[in-house]
Design a protein around this ligand. Structure first.
Ligand SMILES: [Zn+2]
Ligand SMILES: [Zn+2]
Length: 268
C-alpha cells in the first residue's frame, strides 16, 4: 500500500493512494501539471489513475477536477451532496460521477474504500480510508482533512490504520491572536471548521490500535501555524501521553503546500 501527499494547505490539496496496479487520487486542488509532476516521481502516469475521490466541493480540493476529467476521463467518487455541488460548477463534466455513501465500503481494483463522515462547512463532506484486504486485519491508510472536530466514530475509523494524512490546521493561540476577522476565526474554530494542532495530537494519542507507523500532518494554515509548531505539538502529544499503546515511535512528516511529501510504502 502506498500513500503520498502531492500538496496540502488552503492553496490546494491532493493525495495519492495505490495498491498493486490500482492508483487513485484523493482531491485535486492543485494544477494538473503539479499532479503529473508529483506522480512522475513514483512512475505513475495520469493515464494510470483509476479514480479520484473528492472530499468536498471547496476550491482547494477540486480546482483541477474539470481538466483532470477531460484529460483522463476517470471516474469521480463523492457523496450525493458533494456531486450535486460539483455538477453546478462550470467546466466539470458529470458523466463519470459515482455516488458513495458514508460507512458503505466498496472495492475498486485492489483497494477497499470506506467513506467516513466528517463535520465541515460543505454540503456532505467525507474523508476516506483505504485497505488492502480488510480494515480489521489488512494494511489500511486514511486521508482526513477539513474537519471541525473528531469524536468516537472518527477514532474508531482510524484505530487500525497503519498511516494517515490528518489535518493539523492551526495553533489555537496564533489564530485567536492573529489578524483574521472575528467571523472567520469563529468559522475555523467551529464544529464545521478545521482541526487544530492540539486536537490532531490528542486524536492520535488516544487511538487504541497499535498499527500506526506514519502520520502526515496536513492542511496547515499559512497564517495561523508553522510547520515546526504543528510537528512539535503533535510530537509532544505522542511522546508525553500516558495512553496505551504508546506512540512515541510513530513517524511524523509535515505535508507542504508547494511540494510533494515522501512516498510511504507498507507491505500488505
Ligand atoms: Zn474545506
Ligand atoms: Zn480545504
Amino acid at each position: 500500500m502506498r500513500l503520498m501527499n502531492l500538496a496540502s494547505g488552503s492553496t490546494g490539496n491532493s493525495s495519492y493512494v495505490g495498491e498493486g496496479n490500482t492508483h487513485v487520487l484523493i482531491d485535486c486542488g492543485i494544477s494538473l501539471k503539479r499532479i503529473k509532476e508529483g506522480l512522475d516521481r513514483i512512475n505513475v502516469g495520469l493515464g494510470d489513475l483509476d479514480a479520484v475521490f473528492i472530499s468536498h466541493e471547496h476550491t482547494d480540493h477540486i480546482s483541477s477536477l474539470g481538466a483532470l476529467i477531460r484529460k483522463t476521463g476517470l471516474t469521480v467518487y463523492g457523496t450525493a451532496g458533494t456531486l450535486e455541488e460539483l455538477s453546478k460548477t462550470e467546466n466539470i463534466p458529470s458523466e463519470g460521477f459515482k455516488e458513495i455513501k458514508y460507512d458503505v465500503p466498496f472495492e475498486l481494483g485492489r483497494l477497499l474504500i470506506d467513506p467516513i463522515r466528517i463535520s465541515h462547512d460543505a454540503a456532505e463532506p467525507a474523508a476516506y480510508r483505504f485497505a488492502a484486504g480488510s480494515f480489521n486485519d489488512g494494511v489500511s491508510v486514511a486521508v482526513m482533512t477539513d474537519l471541525g472536530y473528531y469524536d468516537a466514530y472518527i477514532e474508531e475509523k482510524l484505530e487500525a490504520v497503519s498511516a494517515m494524512l490528518i489535518e493539523s490546521n492551526h495553533d489555537i493561540r496564533m489564530l485567536e491572536a492573529g489578524p483574521y476577522p472575528y467571523p472567520l476565526k469563529q468559522r475555523i474554530l467551529g464544529k464545521k471548521g478545521h482541526l487544530c494542532n492540539d486536537h490532531a495530537g490528542e486524536l492520535l494519542r488516544g487511538l487504541k490500535g497499535n498499527r500506526l507507523k506514519k502520520v502526515f500532518l496536513g492542511h496547515l494554515s499559512q497564517e495561523n501555524n508553522y510547520p515546526e509548531l504543528a510537528y512539535e505539538t503533535v510530537r509532544m502529544a505522542l511522546t508525553l501521553g500516558d495512553h496505551l499503546p504508546r506512540k512515541s515511535h510513530v513517524e511524523l512528516e509535515v505535508a507542504r503546500p508547494d511540494s510533494a511529501s515522501s512516498l510511504l510504502e507498507i507491505e500488505a
